[in-house]
Every structure is written in structure tokens, then in C-alpha cells.
Design a protein around this ligand. Structure first.
Ligand code: HEM
Length: 319
């Protein structure tokens, strides 16, 4: 027993915990470099900020937060249609190139994804928060692994169980989905909800839970067969990080089906209500703080630490 502990110590294997400021000695400029890259990218194209936030969700929900989503290759997970529309990979790669020049082989791609998402939240007006680092990059990326990602067609039970499978509860589900306060969706993700929704009496049509006026509005923006037009996920407040997405969900103005599903279940309805009342800004629960905490929890899913995995030289390729 004592011998195996000694061996672990000699190999430099840590206890597998992430820690705030992991690079403070080994690469002191790591966090500021990522922030500079994200700030510049966001000034050139503000739509890249929500894309970077979504990228962390897609990284963490497939094999954990291990940068498996960044790997390219014929069987790599990024080819899975669940990752449709994913953007921002080149921003992560750009930060990686700068960090390799500063401190070769030190800062993992998985940490860059987490830091970039944190900075993207702050630059869209969301909370600023500390992100524990020390993730290492995984050595596997499989096309089919991304099947596990939540889907716009998922009902509340499927969403809850996919979050639970990653150690996240109903509160996390609501808080993290509220990331849809910023960013847009392609009409691709609305086609079935607007034109091909299975109806109770048989046949197909529009999701009957969409209020009639809002249905006409959505149909006028997303014509049948239009996959590419984009519209804000948070109706009326798309560019701003706030709780209006939760009021929209409560009032029937959710744009995608999975957001609407959050108001179909007592447990999540209560969470939506608790954050969408105007008084919660004054008396809590405090959305900004709780969102930040949920991001940190999401960022800890299945992390590779210590002596496992690797620090990739290039984010799109295993070493
Ligand atoms: C609950 C399950 C979820 C589903 C089914 C879902 C689905 C989607 C879909 C379909 C889009 C539109 C993609 C596009 O057309 O480019 C989207 C966008 C987005 N998602 Fe989610 N999402 C979920 C949870 C999350 C979580 C947990 C986060 C982050 C914490 C997140 C962050 C975002 C952001 C920021 C965008 C906007 C991306 C952009 O403007 O480029 N989503 N999501």
C-alpha cells in the first residue's frame, strides 16, 4: 500500500481535483491570453460569444469536458449531427497557438474551452466567475458518442435523465438552458415543431402548445424547408444576458421545443418560476450567481486530470 502511494507521488499523480489558478505558476498568462483572444473575436463578431458558450456544453456532455469535440477525423464525434451548427473551434485553436508559444505543452484544450466559455458569458453581460482548471485532454473521440447529447425533440423526462447522467439536477437543467438568453437558432431546429409535430388525434402539424400569435410569428420567420435563417432563442432580448428567457419559457414564448419542455414538469416549472419573478433580483434566488455555479458544475463533468490523458499540441489532433 505504502509502496503504491510512493509510486503515485513519484509519478506526480495528483488527486484528480481541478483548482482555481492551476496555471498561475506554470503558465501565468494562460487565463488573460484566452480572455484577450475571446474579447477580440467577440469585437469582430459578437455572435461568436454564444457559440463559445454552446461549445463547452457540447464538449462536456460527450465523454466529459475533455476537448473530444475539437478532434478532427473521419470517425470523430464532431461529425455527428447532434453537433450541427457548432462554431468557435477556430477561436480555441487560435488561443492554443498563442499558449503553445508562451508555455509549450502546458495548457490543455479542455481548459481553453472552459475558460473561453466563462469569458464569453462575461462579455455578453453575464456574471464573471472563477473557473477551476487542470483538465487534461482526452485521447478518444467517437462519432456515436455524441448521440448522447440532448436534442430539441427531447421531452422533459429525456432532458432530466441526460442531465442526471452527467451528475446535474433539474435546477442545473433550467439554469444551464437559460444560456439560451444569448444566441440564436437555425430554423432547421424549428421545422418539426412548426410543421411536422405529431398530433394527439393523429397526423402532423404545429406544436399545439405554441400560442397562436407566436406560432404565426415563428412560421413567418421560418418558412417550411428553411433550414438556415437564424432567430434569437430569447424572443425580444436575444443579445443580452438576462432572465427574460425564463419569462419567455413561462409565458409560452420558448422558441425551441426543449426550452418549452421545461414548463411541462412540476420540478422544472418551480425552478423557472423561482428565477423569473422580478423580486428574485432583490431577494433571491440569484440567477447570475447560481448560473455561474452551474457552469462550474458542468465544467467538472468527467474531467481527465492528474496523470491521465494528455495536453494536446494542437486541439484538433491527438499527440
Ligand atoms: C437542454 C438541452 C439543450 C438543447 C436541446 C439545446 C439545443 C440548442 C439548439 C438546437 C441550438 C441552436 C443551434 C444552432 O442553430 O446553431 C442551441 C443554441 C445554443 N445553446 Fe443550447 N441546448 C441545450 C442546452 C444548452 C446548454 C446547457 C448550454 C450552455 C450552458 C447551451 C448553450 C447554447 C447557446 C449559447 C446557444 C446559441 C449558440 C449560437 O448563437 O451560436 N445550450 N441550443
Amino acid at each position: 500500500m505504502a509502496a503504491s502511494w510512493l509510486l503515485l507521488l513519484l509519478l506526480g499523480v495528483t488527486d484528480g481535483q481541478l483548482q482555481v489558478g492551476f496555471y498561475s505558476k506554470s503558465c501565468p498568462g494562460a487565463e488573460s491570453t484566452v480572455a484577450d483572444v475571446v474579447r477580440q473575436a467577440g469585437s469582430a463578431d459578437p455572435t461568436i460569444l454564444p457559440a463559445l458558450l454552446r461549445l463547452q456544453f457540447h464538449d462536456c456532455f460527450v465523454r466529459g469536458c475533455d476537448a473530444s469535440v475539437l478532434v478532427k477525423g473521419s470517425n470523430a464525434e464532431v461529425g455527428n449531427s447532434k453537433h450541427q451548427g457548432l462554431r468557435g473551434v477556430e477561436i480555441i485553436e487560435g488561443a492554443k497557438t498563442q499558449l503553445e508559444a508562451q508555455c509549450p505543452g502546458v495548457v490543455s484544450c479542455a481548459d481553453i474551452v472552459a475558460l473561453a466559455a466563462r469569458d464569453a458569458v462575461a462579455f455578453t453581460g453575464g456574471p464573471s466567475f472563477d473557473v477551476p482548471t487542470g483538465r487534461r485532454d482526452g485521447k478518444v473521440s467517437n462519432l456515436r458518442d455524441a448521440d448522447a447529447l440532448p436534442d430539441v425533440h427531447d421531452g422533459i423526462d429525456a432532458l432530466r435523465s441526460k442531465f442526471r447522467a452527467n451528475g446535474l439536477d433539474e435546477k442545473d437543467l433550467v439554469l444551464l438552458t437559460a444560456a439560451h438568453t444569448v444566441g440564436t437558432t437555425a430554423c432547421f431546429f424549428l421545422q418539426d415543431r412548426l410543421y411536422n409535430f405529431p398530433l394527439a388525434g393523429g397526423g402532423r402539424g404545429s406544436d399545439p402548445t405554441i400560442p397562436p400569435g407566436f406560432l404565426s410569428e415563428l412560421k413567418s420567420r421560418c418558412a417550411p424547408g428553411d433550414f438556415n435563417t437564424r432567430l434569437p432563442l430569447d424572443r425580444g432580448s436575444g443579445g443580452v444576458f438576462d432572465t427574460s428567457i425564463l419569462r419567455n419559457i413561462r409565458n409560452g414564448f420558448a422558441v425551441i421545443g426543449s426550452d418549452a419542455a421545461l414548463y411541462n414538469d412540476t420540478a422544472t416549472v418551480d425552478v423557472v418560476d423561482s428565477y423569473s419573478g422580478l423580486l428574485s433580483n432583490f431577494f433571491g434566488p440569484y440567477f447570475r450567481q447560481d448560473f455561474a455555479d452551474a457552469m462550474v458544475r458542468m465544467g467538472s463533468i468527467g474531467v481527465v486530470t492528474g496523470g491521465s490523458g494528455e495536453v494536446r499540441k494542437v486541439c484538433s489532433k491527438f499527440n
